[in-house]
Design a protein around this ligand. Structure first.
Ligand SMILES: Nc1ncnc2c1ncn2[C@@H]1O[C@H](COP(=O)(O)OP(=O)(O)OP(=O)(O)O)[C@@H](O)[C@H]1O
Length: 287
């Protein structure tokens, strides 16, 4: 079993990985650990493992690492395992994956497999699979501007701090979107495969990554006060019911403006982008 470990994911959570590895090796599982050295390295490692005939690659990190491994596994039958070590770990919450080391090890060794349908974003910089969501507009601006050091020092609190900074300088230009060919406009847009956002906060009730299709969440109210209200509603689990928050199911979403974009919590360049389901599902090991 190849474990792709991102040493910069999360904060001081690597001990979980060592415990998982202890349990797995005690059970006689043959392990190989590869540490990532740069952004995109997990994709290269996963792709090479597929070429070598691997049947399972484990992402030890957060959503960004899982997405990178998923990009490397795309189009293959290789299974994706997860050791959640990230800051938000949205996909792990979404699929109800275990976090306790013994339970993680048991899932990796004996767990069932579920198929998830990743999304794919196509733009001038190429194409990129995402496992949880793509944001365009304000939340992506926060992700683009967030210094890595701040994230590692403060974890989730770093996002709150960066959000406050961006509230006063983001221009909140309107974003034009085509949702299955229908023209819409919003201040920010999140295209999601799941119902959680930024951890276990509800964003798109009824959306499930094991199903094909996308949910487009449009934030129609613009400006810093609206963004602040949406941000405050998130931890209170009120976001889906906020005025100006609209949810539309779709198979194809086009973001027309050159706005900042993020996928699974990592910068994904600027629009325009076309988003749909990936051509094939990915098999994820669950408990
Ligand atoms: N050695 C490295 N140095 C710098 N960045 C790296 C390295 N290895 C991987 N990365 C990058 O780190 C980024 C963040 O990783 P990841 O998303 O897994 O952690 P996280 O942001 O803490 O978790 P979450 O996305 O769940 O909040 C990934 O986009 C990956 O490309």
């Amino acid at each position: 079993m190849l474990i792709v470990f991102n040493p910069v994911a999360g904060r001081r959570r690597a001990w979980r990985l060592w415990r998982v590895l202890d349990v797995l090796s005690e059970s006689g599982v043959r392990l190989e650990v590869a540490e990532t050295s740069f952004r995109g390295h997990a994709t290269e490692l996963a792709r090479a493992a597929v070429r070598d005939g691997a049947s399972m690659v484990v992402a030890a990190g957060g959503d960004g690492t899982i997405a990178e491994v998923a990009n490397g596994l795309a189009g293959s039958d290789c299974r994706l395992g997860v050791i959640p070590l990230g800051t938000a770990n949205v996909l792990a919450h979404e699929l109800d994956l275990p976090f306790a080391p013994r339970a993680v090890a048991a899932a990796l060794a004996f767990g069932r497999t579920r198929r998830i349908w990743p999304g794919i974003a196509r733009g001038s910089a190429g194409e990129r699979l995402f496992v949880q969501m793509l944001g365009a507009g304000f939340d992506a601006q926060v992700v683009h501007q967030l210094p890595g050091r701040l994230k590692r020092a403060l974890g989730r609190q770093a996002y709150v701090l960066q959000t406050m900074r961006e509230l006063v300088r983001y221009p909140f230009q309107p974003i034009r979107v085509q949702v299955d060919g229908q023209a819409m406009q919003a201040a920010s847009v999140i295209v999601t495969k799941g119902h959680f956002y930024a951890g276990r906060y509800r964003l798109a009730p009824g959306t499930c990554p094991t199903e094909a299709g996308l949910t487009t969440v449009l934030f129609e109210r613009s400006g810093p006060f609206a963004a602040l209200a949406y941000g405050a509603a998130l931890p209170l689990d009120l976001l889906p019911r906020m005025p100006g928050v609209r949810q539309v199911r779709a198979t194809r979403v086009e973001i027309e403006a050159p706005v900042p974009a993020q996928t699974d919590g990592d910068p994904a360049g600027l629009g325009p982008l076309t988003i749909s389901d990936a051509p094939a599902p990915i098999r994820v090991v669950v408990s």
